[in-house]
Ligand binder design. Structure first.
Ligand code: GUN
Length: 292
């Protein structure tokens, strides 16, 4: 069994990006510039955005953080998005989600110029991805494919089961794995809350991508010996022994499943660290106009 080291791959990816940026700067180009809008003081969002700013430093990017209180109006937020859309120095930007309930996330996402949408959430990017055109692929699906690519895990002709159909993980990862591409060319089955016989379907799988948000859902009796398991779950469960008071648990019963697998991602340290590196990758593409 090989443990897929997302921390190492993400660090490699950032080192490669930093080297490319130094070449760009040596050639007289400006540094890539990522902006982030953060609304309110949600603990999880604060941590994510702080980590994104730190990753920008590691990659040699310029970063700008724009903060609003959670009383901001939708109109004010849309105006800030418009300013970033029109700021020639900003190559790409994100609006950290979730947003307060009085603001329409969909309206906000669709207000972002798709050419600067390095989160890959705009319907133009989602649509282009689904028909195999160049686009920004969102961070988690890109990170998962990058792990498969860098560990030389064959997907062509494999039976792949995706557990979960969310817009940010299940649907795009299923779309990418069935695409005529490498990685891709898999035979994909998507299971969700209305799927009967999930255990039987999983037992047929060469690759399982678990993205349900249900801790320990994938048990050893659901896994074919030699299968590849990618665990996208990151549920916070109470843990009094931790300073934070919680620990992260994946969707896979790791202790019992890992001995059966050819490859498996741990939680934490698997898919999680890849997401921010993927955002840096998209920002570099934006700065180099490699997509649009
Ligand atoms: N909230 C949780 N994950 C993400 C992400 O990838 N992008 C944004 N903008 N918000 C998030």
């Amino acid at each position: 069994m090989t443990l897929i080291d997302g921390k190492k791959i993400s660090s490699d990816l950032k080192t490669e990006i930093a080297a490319t940026v130094e070449d760009m700067v040596a050639n007289g180009q400006k540094r890539p510039h990522l902006a982030a809008i953060l609304v309110g003081h949600d603990g999880g969002s604060e941590t994510y955005v702080a980590n994104k700013v730190k990753a920008c430093e590691q990659c040699g990017f310029t970063s700008t953080l724009i903060r609003f209180e959670d009383t901001v109006t939708e109109e004010e937020l849309l105006q800030a998005i418009d300013r970033l859309n029109n700021d020639a120095d900003v190559d790409g930007f994100i609006v950290q989600l979730p947003l307060p309930r009085h603001i329409s996330e969909q309206r906000v996402i669709e207000a972002i110029d798709y050419r600067k949408d390095v989160d890959g959430f705009h319907p133009v990017n989602v649509g282009r991805m689904s028909i195999g055109l160049p686009c920004y692929v969102s961070a988690t699906p890109f990170g998962i494919l990058e792990l498969l690519r860098r560990y030389d895990i064959e997907t062509r002709g494999k039976r792949c089961v995706v557990l979960g159909r969310s817009n940010i993980v299940g649907k795009p990862v299923a779309t990418l794995l069935m695409q005529k591409a490498q990685p891709g060319n898999a035979t994909v089955t998507v299971c969700h809350s209305a799927t009967p016989d999930i255990k039987d379907i999983c037992r047929e799988a060469d690759i399982i991508i678990a993205a349900l948000g249900s801790p320990g859902f994938v048990t050893a009796d659901m896994v074919k010996p030699g299968a590849v398991i990618v665990d996208v779950g990151t549920t916070r469960v109470p843990d009094a022994t931790r300073k934070s008071g919680f620990r992260l648990r994946g969707d896979v019963d790791f202790d019992n499943v890992a001995p059966l697998c050819s490859f498996i991602t741990p939680v934490p340290g698997g898919v999680g660290p890849m997401t921010i590196a993927s955002l840096m990758h998209n920002t570099l593409l934006a700065a180099r106009h490699e997509i649009y």
